[in-house]
Design a protein. Structure first.
Length: 110
């Protein structure tokens, strides 16, 4: 994914907004509600933006409080949570809606 910004913080803010437009907060009413789909999508988008693996992303988030604050994270997910979320978003086709909204938002930043 190629973006028009070099700022991870600005990218996360746009990714959160795009996810809010394209996804409901939770995938299931009975889910544990630890992380919203918006937060999970923003983390996965940041993973691609920074070209990290799942464990690397969790490490970066543990050290970068501005990113955690921008996503409203009170705790960090396990790397496996991110993998399961990515599989679920791709399977349901939700990632395509979010990516389209993210691309449009990034284009409007220019």
């Amino acid at each position: 994914m190629r973006s028009l910004t070099k700022s991870p913080l600005a990218f996360v803010q746009v990714a959160m907004q795009a996810a809010r437009e394209a996804l409901p907060p939770y995938s299931c009413p009975k889910s544990p509600h630890k992380f919203t789909q918006h937060q999970l999508f923003a983390m996965l988008a940041l993973k691609e933006f920074l070209q990290l693996d799942y464990r690397g992303l969790v490490q970066v988030l543990s050290e970068w409080s501005d990113l955690r604050n921008a996503m409203g994270l009170m705790r960090l997910p396990n790397f496996s949570t991110l993998k399961y979320a990515q599989d679920r978003l791709v399977q349901k086709g939700a990632s395509q809606r979010c990516l389209k909204a993210l691309s449009e938002s990034l284009a409007n930043m220019a």
